[in-house]
Design a protein around this ligand. Structure first.
Ligand code: ZN
Length: 258
């Protein structure tokens, strides 16, 4: 909804919501699709649309399965390649071009990745609020992840303080919104500048932005939960110094604390 005096928010790029289903609906766990291209050599197929996240921005690709008229197979890998999203199938025979398939995500794994990804953005927001430094790197697996920050010092106490602050933000049940921002707006947003969104090539317009309202905003292609409350709870499981001005924080997501 446009606010008078403000530019109307940019819509998703044309066709995105119909082809990359995960980009606008992270909760889509199954879908029908037509096979666009078959690559028998590599044992992979491209679909006209998909809910499988192809990996990127630190979030691993999804797993799951595909079924078609005369076959079914686990999806073992998903990746963007040459402008298409390819699904690797563990099957003796791939479905043919134009075949209709039904795809289903390993939802338990995907939802855990959504909670984990959101937890890492909460960590970014907490570190920015407390120390005014931005994340420099990281890694993510289902249920756990780590991020690096240019902090001068690190301690167990600091880790405990960060854990407490993350769980406060989870308790605050902050809303998480996916928006698409035109570059002329995004490149002047202080929250996006501090997370280096302005360094993304200018031809990527609009930017997909994950906004944990009031806490953290960054350009991001990944899938997130709708509220920080859905993360459950977080334990900081490690704090390490990786050298001068580079400190690492590890976390795990857990069920809501009683
Ligand atoms: Zn992210």
């Amino acid at each position: 909804m446009a606010v008078p005096g403000n530019k109307a928010p940019a819509a998703p790029p044309p066709g995105l919501a119909e082809t990359e289903l995960f980009a606008t609906d992270a909760y889509r766990r199954d879908f029908d699709a037509t096979v666009l291209e078959v690559d028998r050599e590599q044992g992979r197929i491209a679909l006209a649309r998909t809910a499988f996240y192809p990996g990127g921005g630190g979030q691993p690709h999804d797993l799951g399965s595909l079924r078609w008229a005369d076959g079914a197979a686990p999806v073992t890998k998903v990746k963007r390649d040459g402008g298409r999203i390819w699904h690797w199938l563990d099957a003796p025979e791939l479905p043919g071009e134009h075949a209709e398939v039904f795809g289903e995500l390993d939802w338990d794994r995907r939802h855990l990745l959504m909670r984990t990804h959101t937890a890492l953005h909460i960590l970014c927001g907490v570190i920015w609020t407390e120390f005014r430094v931005a994340v420099t790197g990281g890694n993510m697996d289902p249920g756990k992840g780590r991020l690096d920050f240019p902090l001068e010092s690190m301690s167990t106490e600091l880790g405990q303080r960060v854990e407490q602050r993350i769980n406060e933000e989870i308790g605050a049940a902050r809303e998480i919104v996916v928006t698409f921002l035109g570059r002329e707006v995004a490149d002047t947003d202080p929250a996006l500048i501090r997370t280096s969104a302005n360094l993304i090539p200018a031809e990527i317009d609009p930017l997909r932005v994950i906004d944990i309202v009031g806490l953290d905003k960054q350009a991001d292609g990944g899938t997130h939960v709708l509220s920080t409350a859905e993360v459950g709870s977080v334990a900081v499981t490690g704090t390490e110094s990786k050298g001068k001005g580079n400190k690492r924080i590890r976390l795990e997501v857990r069920p809501p604390s009683a």
